[in-house]
Write a protein that binds this ligand. Structure first.
Ligand code: SF4
Ligand code: SF4
Length: 436
């Protein structure tokens, strides 16, 4: 590892000639040059905080990637330090030089996967996860079987099986029938606005009420929701498991499906911030793809997280509602999509009482498939996150990503909901209270 510069100068990097022409290497070099190795990022890095090793923090990992690009070589131990990164991007939020660490890590992992895959210990789990999760015809039955036998499993295994919530009935049809009474009778409100909502792979099977809830909420504002048939995976899972070629292929397929009907929708909404952050970055990931770059840019111009879209509407809680809420803003929303307070703002506007929580910047340990691949670190982070969320005795925890919801729900003492489920439930209470 190169000695640390104490004068704030940037990194000089001489890329190895064998990899100079690989995709994204120029981008990686620019990112490396932007780091002044001040180390501020280590203070907010969950793995550095837990493990206390410089090479398990962002600055050390940046040096490892620099070394990889300069020597076109890496040893197995260094690969493990990189694989222990959660890709939470907390370091990016704190970095005074705007270092795009997440992109650098992705590029580094792609070089490792393409040039040095033998340095990684053989492990069938990532392949299994990538094969099963996007295939709902096998993922869903497995999830159901897991839920059935959950009670007899040891605790360590039980927390790995997400609880499926029973499907609620969307009130979108009821809401759509709202209208104005005139001399000529009830004139139904016309649906003028239409959005495309993404289903996601895990969310569709594990927490289907999230999108049902969004349908209900938007219906009260005369916005119709549509879905893609045969949506497929956004590519995030493959990307984070170092299967870059497969990830890019999935991205192209989803772009094609969305691009054909772009003009029909005022927005494309992601209700899982872990998927949304990847989709928003399609133009960066596909920057070297001459055929798809333009399409990716056009699609991404319409992609928003649900917090961005729903913020324009007013919802009010019933006066009798006394729920106290702890908010966990997922890393993919606060650090990835740079929306650190959007979720809290919506809940405050609605009139929800938010409790104080600590260490908001820290990851909950879910991080996509990380909780399966690095269970010890993931569980330690989940305990720490739950201590922070539950310390002021809230009634419920709300979040904005299916992975965080499942990870926290498996060990929490109180219910953990997606914020859309929470808001739709509260709004339904309001309707009920009014009609009582
Ligand atoms: S990534 Fe940013 S915060 Fe971290 S060492 Fe480099 S310049 Fe400093
Ligand atoms: S992405 Fe998260 S875990 Fe990885 S180096 Fe940055 S702060 Fe640490």
């Amino acid at each position: 590892m190169q000695a640390e510069c104490t004068r704030g100068c940037s990194m000089q990097t001489i890329i190895h000639s064998d990899i100079q022409r690989l995709p994204h290497i120029d981008e990686a070099e620019k990112i490396l040059r932007s780091c002044v190795h001040c180390g501020f990022c280590n203070a907010v890095c969950p793995t550095y905080q837990l493990l206390g090793d410089e090479l398990d923090g962002p600055r050390g990992r940046i040096y490892l990637i620099k070394d990889l690009l300069e020597t076109n070589d890496i040893d197995g131990e260094s690969v493990e330090h990189l694989d222990r990164c959660l890709t939470c991007r907390s370091c990016e939020t704190t970095c005074p030089s705007g270092v795009q660490y997440g992109r650098l890590l992705d590029i580094g992992r792609e070089v490792i996967a393409n040039q040095h895959s033998t340095r990684r210990k053989p492990n069938p789990l990532p392949h299994l996860v990538r094969w099963i999760v996007p295939r709902s015809w096998i993922f869903e039955p497995l999830l159901r079987i897991g839920n059935m036998v959950r009670g007899i499993l040891p605790q360590a295994l039980r927390v790995k099986i997400p609880k499926i919530t029973p499907l609620i009935k969307s009130n979108k049809d009821v809401a759509m029938l709202e209208g104005e009474m005139t001399d000529g009778g009830l004139v139904l409100n016309k649906i003028q606005r239409k959005v495309l909502v993404l289903s996601g792979c895990v969310q569709k099977s594990a927490t289907p009420n999230v999108n049902r809830s969004l349908e209900s909420l938007l219906a009260t504002h005369q916005v119709a929701v549509e879905y893609l048939s045969n949506e497929g995976c956004c590519g995030a899972l493959d990307l984070h498991l170092s299967a870059h070629a497969q990830a890019k292929q999935r991205m192209r397929e989803l772009i094609d499906k969305m691009h054909d009907s772009l003009d029909d929708y005022e927005a494309i909404i992601s209700t899982a911030s872990g998927c949304g952050v990847t989709i928003k970055e399609y133009p960066v990931i596909l920057a070297d793809d001459e055929v798809y770059l333009n399409k990716a840019e056009e699609v991404c111009a319409k992609v928003v997280d649900a917090v961005e879209y729903v913020a324009q509407f007013d919802f009010a809680l019933p006066a009798t509602n006394v729920t106290r809420v702890a908010v966990h803003t997922p890393c993919s929303l606060q650090h990835g999509q740079k929306l650190p307070v959007a979720l809290e703002d919506i809940l405050k506007k609605v009139g929800v009482e938010l409790v104080e929580t600590g260490e908001k910047h820290l990851c909950c340990g879910s991080a996509g498939s990380y909780s399966l691949l690095q269970p010890a670190i993931a569980n330690a982070l989940t305990s720490r996150k739950l201590d922070n969320l539950q310390r002021d005795d809230p009634d419920v925890i709300v979040t904005a990503n299916v992975g965080c919801q499942m990870q926290l729900a498996a060990s929490a003492d109180i219910p953990v909901m997606h914020w859309l489920e929470f808001l739709a439930q509260a709004t339904t209470q309001q309707h009920n209270n009014r009609s009582a």
